[in-house]
Design a protein around this ligand. Structure first.
Ligand code: IMP
Ligand code: MG
Length: 188
């Protein structure tokens, strides 16, 4: 079957933290919460590229309300496993969010610097409301307080890949979230 090899543990992965079925279940739960909160609204889901594209695509297909999607490209990593702390906007939204109900969709909140930057940036554009949905929350690594309105899983402070998360642009296509072997992080 197509994708069978990807489902097996990749040799660079130390252990699978979140298998496919656990993620699928959580995405359904998050979509249900969002559906209840936005019943009579038409939110725009903003996917933070590149890491959240897989999560967004699964989330919107579970979300049974009218919604639109847009994309914003941010970068703070530049290939290393530690955040540089400097957030750059690589690609801006296509549409205005003025008076819109906005839900930011992230793969992981780590130090919080990216989300803090993005929240402040988006608030200057006068959305009607702004909420954050992140699949993963690496609380221990936080350098700045960020409130996550819809959170999937709390994860340990280890370097994670898969389900959209990368290391040097690789492993995004793994269907699960796994801990990358330390030897691989060091190799670079
Ligand atoms: P923060 O600014 O430190 O919160 O990091 C935000 C971004 O860094 C996330 O949106 C991810 O794209 C990336 N990131 C943080 N931790 C990890 C990880 O464990 N694996 C892969 N990417 C990560
Ligand atoms: Mg991200």
């Amino acid at each position: 079957m197509f994708g069978k090899l990807l489902s097996k543990k990749h040799p660079d992965i130390d252990r699978i933290l979140l298998p496919e079925d656990k993620i699928r279940q959580k995405v359904r739960e998050l979509a249900e919460k969002i559906r209840k909160d936005y019943q009579d609204k038409q939110p725009v889901l903003i996917s933070v590229l590149k890491g959240s594209f897989v999560f967004l695509s699964d989330l919107v297909r579970c979300l049974e309300i009218p919604c639109s999607v847009d994309f914003i490209g941010l970068s703070s990593y530049g290939g290393a496993t530690d955040s540089t702390g400097v957030v750059r906007m690589i690609m801006d939204l296509k549409d205005t969010i003025n008076a819109r109900d906005v839900i930011v969709v992230e793969d992981i909140v780590d130090t919080g610097l990216t989300m803090d930057y993005l929240k402040r940036n988006l608030l200057t554009r006068n959305p009607k409301s702004l909420r954050i949905c992140s699949l993963l929350d690496k609380k221990e690594a936080r350098k700045i307080e960020v409130e996550i309105d819809y959170c999937g899983f709390s994860v340990p402070a280890e370097y994670l890949v898969g389900y959209g998360l990368d290391f040097n642009e690789l492993y995004r296509n793994l269907p699960y979230v796994g801990v990358l072997k330390k030897a691989v992080c060091r190799k670079k």
